[in-house]
Ligand binder design. Structure first.
Ligand code: 4NP
Length: 149
């Protein structure tokens, strides 16, 4: 079983979408996907209504997910840890205990745009178009992940 963790700041907008999208593309018997946030503001909450809505539009149900904070033990639990943006990436790396931990952490958009270190923009303070944009970027990245995983 390959275990993948999607990480953003609040674990209510971007990483719940990334979790839902990747899980929908892979065989659940061989790949498991979870998500977490580097901040604790929204722990225990459902995904943002706008993420739930854009997921539903594309046939995915993410409303049963609940936000949790990233913890050091996640380095032991997961094989690959995808950061949604540069800040998340740095915050996860700060918690790494050794090189093995560090090597698990990747910028998710480097899967679709190699070596560019692009960030998935935080859609929290914007409108629905931002969520649509995030969905499309994550869908493309997850297609690449699915091919190589
Ligand atoms: P996310 O978006 O990191 O994609 O879940 C955010 C959610 C909440 C906040 C910021 C970003 N916040 O400041 O509460």
């Amino acid at each position: 079983m390959k275990k993948v963790l999607m990480v953003c700041l609040g674990n209510i907008c971007r990483s719940p979408l990334a979790e839902g999208i990747l899980q929908s593309k892979v065989d659940a018997n061989t790949v498991s996907v979870d998500s977490a946030g580097t901040a604790a503001y929204h722990v225990g909450n459902k995904p943002d209504e706008r993420s739930i809505a854009v997921a539903k539009k594309y046939g995915l149900n993410i409303k049963n997910q609940r936000a949790r904070k990233f913890v050091v033990k996640d380095f032991d639990e997961f094989d690959i840890i995808y950061a949604m943006d540069e800040n998340n990436y740095q915050n996860i790396l700060m918690l790494a205990r050794n090189e093995e931990d560090e090597q698990k952490v990747k910028m998710i958009l480097n899967e679709s745009n190699p070596n560019k270190n692009l960030s998935v923009p935080d859609p929290y303070y914007g409108g629905n178009q931002g969520f649509e944009n995030v969905y499309k970027m994550l869908d493309e990245a997850c297609n690449f992940i699915t091919k190589k995983i």
